[in-house]
Design a binder for this molecule. Structure first.
Ligand code: SF4
Ligand code: SF4
Length: 283
């Protein structure tokens, strides 16, 4: 079972949900895997003591044009969907920061004037936490435009011999989120009780509905005075899986890099109930 934890915007408590869920399910004896696909700012590792056993670079293959062979025919520029290779009257230019490394320009070049050079855009690492959670994490280099390839590579290395995989998605609703959601069985959308939270939740809901992924919502920093959230979710028949109120004790544990449900027993039950509910919704 692959459970994806996402949110329409950053800072809503996605990491809190994914780390607590992974920890508690492992504590219940399940084989659990946690993948941090929030590659611009992975932070689930802060909550665990991890023994990393593998780390590798993720490369893009960038085109290099041999100006001696190039006839300026224009085919490479026509095929590139990203404007990353442009043919001018006297030369061809490659804009590395726009290139997605798809290889289409190399394939279409009639003169075989394009070769490819690797460029590292980040890395992925795998390890094991001291609790026995299989752990994976992607990290995009600063300045790189897209983490899609890192997420794809991270998921390729995903272990298949576990009971549950929890994926901590990037925030937002763009391509990296879609890549992270692919093949997930369930999406937990984490939001907060504010008009901005509701606005971003609606955008994230569009993505999971479009992809046909079953889903439910966790309302973090729950404020009963903000009624619009529940009115909206009830009107759409979207299950509310859990409400986490603003609680100083929770915030204190989080700020110290601790998993709060390990210290506040009532939350252990709530997370496990949420997991049972997710299983029921998937079935
Ligand atoms: S397709 Fe090849 S030959 Fe044509 S402009 Fe591009 S690099 Fe030059
Ligand atoms: S590899 Fe793909 S994205 Fe990069 S320049 Fe060639 S066609 Fe464009």
């Amino acid at each position: 079972m692959i459970i994806n934890i996402l949110s329409g915007k950053g800072g809503t408590g996605k990491t809190t949900v994914s780390t607590n869920l992974a920890f508690l399910l492992r504590n219940e004896g399940l084989n659990v895997q946690l993948l941090d696909a929030d590659v611009e700012e992975p932070n689930t590792h802060i909550f665990f003591d991890i023994d990393f056993y593998e780390e590798r670079s993720v490369d893009l293959l960038l085109p290099v044009v041999d100006k001696e062979k190039c006839t300026l025919c224009g085919e490479c520029g026509k095929v590139c969907q990203f404007g990353a290779i442009v043919v001018f009257p006297t030369t061809v230019m490659v804009f590395d920061y726009l290139c997605h490394g798809c290889g289409a320009c190399t394939m279409v070049c009639p003169e075989k004037a394009i070769t490819e050079k690797p460029k590292s855009i980040g890395k992925i690492s795998y390890g094991m936490t001291k609790e026995g959670i299989a752990y994976g994490m992607g990290l995009l280099n600063i300045g790189e435009p897209s983490g899609v390839r890192i997420i794809r590579e991270l998921k390729k290395g995903m272990r298949k011999d576990v009971d549950v995989t929890i994926i901590d998605s990037p925030p937002g609703t763009s391509c990296p989120v879609v890549e992270s959601l692919r093949k997930s069985d369930f999406a937990v959308l984490v939001t907060e009780s504010t008009p901005f939270g509701l606005h971003d939740l609606k955008m994230a809901l569009n993505v999971v509905e479009e992809m046909g992924i079953k889903h439910g919502v966790v309302i973090n920093r729950y404020d009963p005075a903000f009624k619009d959230m529940e009115v909206f979710l009830n009107s759409k028949n979207i299950p509310i899986l859990m409400k986490i109120p603003f609680d100083r004790k929770i915030a204190e544990h989080y700020s110290k890099g601790k998993i709060f449900s390990a210290y506040i027993p009532e939350w252990k039950e709530k997370f496990l109930e949420m997991y049972e509910r997710i299983k029921g919704l998937i079935a």
